[in-house]
Design a protein around this ligand. Structure first.
Ligand code: ADP
Ligand code: MG
Ligand code: ZN
Length: 561
């Protein structure tokens, strides 16, 4: 502690010296003027003294108020006489001396800088070992392009952190924990920092993996220390980034002991504090499903905010943000690249633009041209090999769009399920898009429900077939659908007692009903294919809209149908 203070004082002292030095330097700044201006000043009797330097292309002079100037030296033989005749003081320097003064000044300047930096470094090194420090985040929501829903969700937290009293008075409680979840690179870390920046509160940030590298028991201590500091500075934010390292289901691995202790410490902090100390904890994870159940119980991390991959419009915004500080050629149309980069995260888009800039420099180009971004794009999707062509991509998007349109249309035609969102933006796991479907009724499923669900699962493949009307063109995109449908069909025969062939018997051996299951599957597929063919205009409208907009919501879907 004592040592730390000494370093701090030394560091401050040297910083003060530096500032003084800079002030002296700045106030002594030499203004450069043209030779004509100089002559004008001489004629106005404004020049007091001139300092001539034989070896230099310039000379310095000062006016009556002591301001310094410099201008080009005429280097004529009668220049000194001209000055003297105008009542100007003349100093003549030899070049050598001025060089050495320069060296002396600049080397002492560097010494100070180096020493200052060194001592600063020692100081922060000590600090880090003792405890975490909060930072003031300068990032705000303006730095996040797109992600409007998440920002909207966060606004209420901003208000809460800004005026906790207003909420407390009425009895509203600040949520203790918020989970930011979504694919890597979508801006979760950025969003957490922006929340701190918007609310202007201290931000204590730590990474999940930091807990793992510590000695046994230190993870828990670190959590307690973290909250002790955070409470002192409340309202404040504790941010645990990439919590997956400690916060996933305990899996019997070597780190479980440490994980347990750390999580338990975190939970007891969360459960312990009351709302008069507005400390909000934010955790970020790629998959909320993998989090330890204890963490996401009500009253703990029960507010979940999704940070999704950007759609076309948001990708354009992100590309614009990351083009701002770059020299981009006139010929570049960022919209083209926003269209091409389906499935890219914000971080991937940033990397792509940076890669393009590097390619441009390597080629000696003055600015970033279409071909640079093109090459960066291909580099990103296939690790440097130009295998795919853009038309392949377009074909793939088309297939995915028809596939999802099939699921969505079948759901709408066969059930009264809500379909809040249909998208061709790939999900975290694997390729393809997604159709969200929420059944209105919960609980028991009827035989009709089972059959309809199989039809809806098959509708993706059926729509792919309709697109090309060619069995050879169907894709692997239906594999997950097939897996789920097979499950349903197996249960239909073996345990639900719904088939005519077996009645209400539990059929334990799969082989016994394989033939019937195949027949059932083929018949069901044909039925949904016919259904979609009879509604082909609707299918095409939905698919085309998906190709254009990538995501459509329920009200738009209803309009299209
Ligand atoms: P995550 O934590 O979700 O993995 P990050 O917040 O670390 O993602 O994002 C990495 C970088 O990608 C950010 O620092 C930012 O430069 C860029 N980025 C990601 N999403 C966006 C966005 N919506 N707008 C602007 N930049 C973004
Ligand atoms: Mg992150
Ligand atoms: Zn599907």
């Amino acid at each position: 502690m004592n040592k730390k203070k000494v370093y701090k004082i030394l560091g401050l002292f040297i910083a003060a010296l530096l500032v003084l030095f800079l002030i002296v330097k700045l106030t002594n700044r030499v203004e450069e003027v043209s030779y004509n201006e100089f002559i004008e000043m001489v004629e106005n009797k404004d020049v007091e003294s001139v300092s001539l330097n034989v070896q230099s292309e310039k000379f310095k002079f000062s006016d009556l108020e002591g301001h310094l100037y410099k201008t080009d030296s005429p280097k004529t033989s009668d220049f000194k006489e001209f000055l003297l005749l105008n009542d100007i003081e003349v100093h003549v320097n030899t070049g050598m001396r001025s060089v050495s003064t320069f060296l002396r000044i600049s080397s002492s300047f560097f010494m100070i800088v180096l020493l200052g930096a060194f001592i600063q470094r020692m100081g922060t090194g000590l600090k880090k070992k003792d405890s975490l420090v909060s930072i003031e985040s300068k990032v705000t929501f303006k730095n996040i392009a797109g992600n409007e829903e998440a920002k909207e969700d966060m606004k209420f937290l901003v208000n809460f952190l800004k005026e906790p009293k207003k909420y407390n008075k009425i009895g509203a409680k600040l949520p203790k924990g918020v989970v930011l979840y979504g694919p890597p690179g979508t801006g979760k870390t950025l969003t957490a920092r922006a929340l701190a920046g918007e609310a202007k509160v201290p931000f204590f940030s730590i990474n999940g993996s930091d807990f793992i590298e510590l000695y046994a028991g230190l993870g828990a201590k670190r959590v307690r220390d973290l909250y002790k500091d955070a409470k002192k500075k409340a309202p404040s934010i504790v941010f645990i980034d990439e919590i997956d390292a400690v916060g996933t289901h305990r899996d019997g691995g070597p780190n479980d002991g440490e994980k347990n202790q750390t999580i338990n410490a975190l939970l007891s902090e969360l459960d312990g504090f009351n709302t008069s100390e507005p400390v909000i904890t934010i955790i970020a994870t790629n998959r909320v499903e993998d989090l330890d159940r204890a963490l996401i119980r009500p009253g703990r991390f029960d507010k979940h905010i999704a940070i999704n991959l950007p759609d076309k419009e948001d990708r354009l915004k992100i590309l614009r943000v990351h083009s701002k500080n770059k020299k981009i050629s006139q010929e570049v149309n960022l919209e083209t690249f926003a269209n091409m980069t389906i499935g890219f995260s914000g971080a991937a888009l940033e990397t792509m633009m940076n890669e393009a800039a590097i390619l441009a420099v390597n080629e000696g180009s003055e600015d970033i041209k279409v071909k640079h971004i093109d090459d960066a794009y291909y580099k990103m999707i296939i690790g440097g090999h130009k295998k795919k062509t853009r038309s392949d991509d377009l074909e793939e998007i088309k297939v995915v769009a028809y596939h999802e349109a099939g699921h969505a249309l079948a759901t709408k035609l066969l059930t009264d399920n809500e379909v809040p969102k249909v998208t061709i933006i790939p999900s975290t796991t694997g390729m393809g898009g997604a159709t969200l479907s929420i059944p209105k009724k919960t609980g028991l499923l009827s035989k009709r429900d089972i059959v309809n669900n199989v039809k809806i699962l098959y509708a993706g493949r059926a729509a792919e077939f309709i697109l090309y009307n060619d069995e050879e063109e169907i894709t692997t995109g239906a594999s997950q659908d097939i897996k789920q449908a097979t499950n349903l069909i197996n249960n239909y025969f073996s345990s639900y007692g719904m088939s005519e062939e077996f009645g209400m018997l539990e059929v334990k051996d799969e082989k016994l009903y394989t033939k019937e299951a195949i027949r059932f599957s083929k018949k069901t597929y044909k039925e949904v294919l016919t259904l979609l063919q009879n509604n082909q205009d609707k299918l095409e409208r939905i698919a085309n809209e998906l190709i254009e907009k990538e995501t459509i919501d329920e009200s738009r879907l209803d309009e299209l149908i």
